[in-house]
Write a new protein. Sequence first.
Length: 409
Amino acid sequence: MIQAIVIGGGAVGLAIANALLNRGVQVRLVNAPRGETCASWGNAGHIAIEQVVPLASASTILSTPRRLLSPRGGLSLPIASIGAWAPFSWKLMQAAMPERYAAGKKALTALLSEAGPAWERLAQSLGKPQLLRREGHFITWSTAKAAAAGRAHWLSTEVGTASIRDAAADELSRLRSLAPQIAGAVRCVGSGQISDPDELRKAMEMRLLADGRLISAGAVAVESEPGGVRLDNGQVIQSDIIIVAAGIGSRALLEGLGLCVPMIAERGYHIQYEPEGWPAGTPPVVFEDYAMIATRFDSLVRVAGFVEFSRADLPADPKKWQRLTRNVKDLGLPLTRRISAWMGSRPTLPDYLPAIGRSRRASNLFYAFGHQHLGLTLAPLTGELMAAVVMGETPAIHLEPFDLERFER
Ligand SMILES: Cc1cc2nc3c(=O)[nH]c(=O)nc-3n(C[C@H](O)[C@H](O)[C@H](O)COP(=O)(O)OP(=O)(O)OC[C@H]3O[C@@H](n4cnc5c(N)ncnc54)[C@H](O)[C@@H]3O)c2cc1C
């Protein structure tokens, strides 16, 4: 029987662990007990199968000044982190060149076309189909001008297996009961959301807890020959194979083995509120000109936003929470009773494609990280793909575009 150590207990690591357990692999999962900043449980909960256009694009670059300078733009390049974002930006510009952009879009489209079905399979196999809702989401604008431009964009852009239509009159009036100044909206069909992130984490951890396979410790080094993981408690654990799926933490582990990992922390922020006047079952609502999304989970509403290119270990910027609070107020959202505030890091590679595969440096070393804004959406599929690679099968999706060594060419 194959023995595997998965490093990382976010959505990606847990999806891989569950997929390997389904294949009869003996799994141990090492997760650093600093889960509070783990992106997987603080994100917007949106199953974003429509986001097939990679963010390493000419339009992202051209929109940078507006998103940076407008108070509602949501983009932040802190000067203290210039050493992180300057080299990243240079690589992003290279990845946005027409040929690489087209290849990236093709690769992302292939992944996202299978992401929804993989989610259905995972929710079923966890015995919790209710964790997944496939009722789409709304994209809204607060001025007629922004609505006209936004609508034209979304009706003409590629959205993979999803589709976009105008919001119906009754949908618009429901949205205006939440945010009176909404001037226009479209509905995305085919996307979805997670109903409860805490329940999801518990369900994904269940099989590991039952057999004591969850090791609460940080990995400080990976040793590929023979396969071992050095933990921060001094212990070294060994296994046939090692899978690095530690989100932003994957960079330090793989760079320790001499691999090139030009990943940045794209930090995002959220505030959670009592749901008050936000009806259960409302699909996620994107306030596009506020660069913000609000998701109604089972027991709360989470508003999330910001793209702050930085280092994961720097303290959060409280101004971001102040801005989210002001957005909620300016939009007139029925959210007054705040529960908590959070910041976490999207693990992002310069071409906005994840790294999924087997290292060519060491045959017992595998990796899955760098899922940027789409890690929740892509976690179940990544688990299935990784299980296929580990079992020596041909994965359902061609993994060459996700080879980490693309950054060494
Ligand atoms: C504000 C915000 C909103 C977002 N919204 C969405 C969304 O709506 N839909 C979507 O699909 N995606 C969204 N994302 C992106 C998504 O959350 C991430 O892509 C995804 O969570 C990455 O998952 P992961 O498992 O790779 O990493 P993480 O969730 O960061 O998990 C990594 C885990 O590894 C552990 N770890 C790290 N280093 C080590 C180490 N050395 N040893 C042991 N353990 C280690 C960490 O403690 C953590 O538990 C959002 C992100 C943010 C910040």
